[in-house]
Design a protein around this ligand. Sequence first.
Ligand code: HEM
Length: 499
Amino acid sequence: MYFFFETVPAFVWVFIATCVIYWIKSPKLSKNEPPMVPYKFPIIGHTLDYLYNAENFFAECRQKYGDPFNIYVFGQVNTITGNEIAHEIYKADALSKSSAMLDALPLYCVLKSLEPSGTDGHLVKVVREGIGAKLPLYTERMQKNLMISINKEIGDCPNPKLVNNDIFPTMVARPVADILVGQEISKNEDVVKAFANFTQDFTSILAIPPILSFIHPQLHNQIVTLPLKFGWNPILKHLTTLKKHLRPVLEKRLKDKEILGDKYEPPLDIVEYLLNSPEYETKVITDDYLNKICDFLFMVVIVSIHSTSRHLTSALYDFAGRPELWDDLYEEQVIIDKECNGELSSQHINKMVKLDSFVRETLRTFDAVLTTTPHRSVESYTFKNGMTIPKGRKVQTYLIDIHYNATAYGPESKSFLPYHGLENNLPASRTDKNYFTFGAGKHSCPGRFFAVGEIKVCLHKLILNYHIKTPSGKVEKKIHFGPFASSPVSGLIFENRKK
Ligand code: HEM
């Protein structure tokens, strides 16, 4: 009896609190919204389906409710756009990627000189002008650096050797380091490791599922980034490494410029590009200057290395699990290798048409249900079909609805079609309405030419030098985290080709 009477008020309070949260959190839809998919559990909404049954859940929603539709996850309404509607959100000024990305990746919390509003425009300009426009000039260095990594990380394999996925970020990071910070320090293993590990260490902060978003979307970010505000910073060591090695390089370049004047021969890299741009002009390397330039360089690292290395890894698994492709792709690489005598130029990379088509297919079938780059409406937006979403709505792209659509890819759209790109004149780096790996429209990835080039050169060298298999001898399954995907984790078996 005592227990019952004492605890009645507690039950009442819990009941009232649940009702209040339920009332506050029950999704309030405005007029003419996309249909809301019904759900059984208040507050939780579709969160469990989103996390544990994404592929089937989204397919059922799409079939029953069309395109677009609304779901309720982690206390927020999300609008999901598929094959018919998604291209619209990439064109509309009212839908902003940076606004949504600030919540998903609060980089400014760890890179202190960045503004919370982001410096996207500058980043895009640097990638376009400093990397994209100069790709042919980087080919030789890219190739050399990839070979250093291949020899170091895989090396001589007279017998089959199991190699884990963790070598691929370093493999991709080495040429990127060379282009970003120049040949003086990109040979330094600590700098390469700092670039290779930065993204993973940064995203470890965000690995906690956004449970607190059930209460308020901002609360989760405020709490997970709290330790950073009190001085804990898992990426500080990478910043320190880069600053230590970059300072003397910058100081030497400034001095050389002063002494040599017009005779100064500017090295070809992003650091030099920055030193010559008005925002980074300086006569002396202060701590603030060094912080600013290193923070910017790590922004390039964040957008470039992780995405390229996970797709390179995935391409290798796709190759290793499909013996029927081995000879054909190998023969193309042998012909090109003979033609260039082992020294690839950008023309030779363009001639790898079968490999390019294979890469496009591996990117298309990566199997992520949603893209990792959501948008947010900065004002209310009306789709061309008349449906409206309010300001502040998170809008996600239902990627496999686009990538597996039967109109574009035929009845076997879910199968691996290695030469679809080749047969339809669709290069791996070209975005189109049926291929959203690099986004679409004016914000589509400006680094895609570099990324595809790097993946192709790396595959070319690996296929030429090794037999590559999966341990099971079959196609290995991707790992899924809710609606997102990542490469299999079984490791790959490398064995020297007999020449
Ligand atoms: C396979 C590797 C890569 C993939 C799959 C990838 C994918 C993407 C995607 C999906 C977007 C968003 C596009 C949109 O919203 O329309 C993006 C943006 C961007 N990517 Fe990549 N990317 C890759 C490699 C790179 C590399 C190597 C660089 C730099 C060298 C880079 C630089 C950027 C930049 C600066 C943006 C922002 C564009 C903007 O906001 O206008 N990416 N990327």
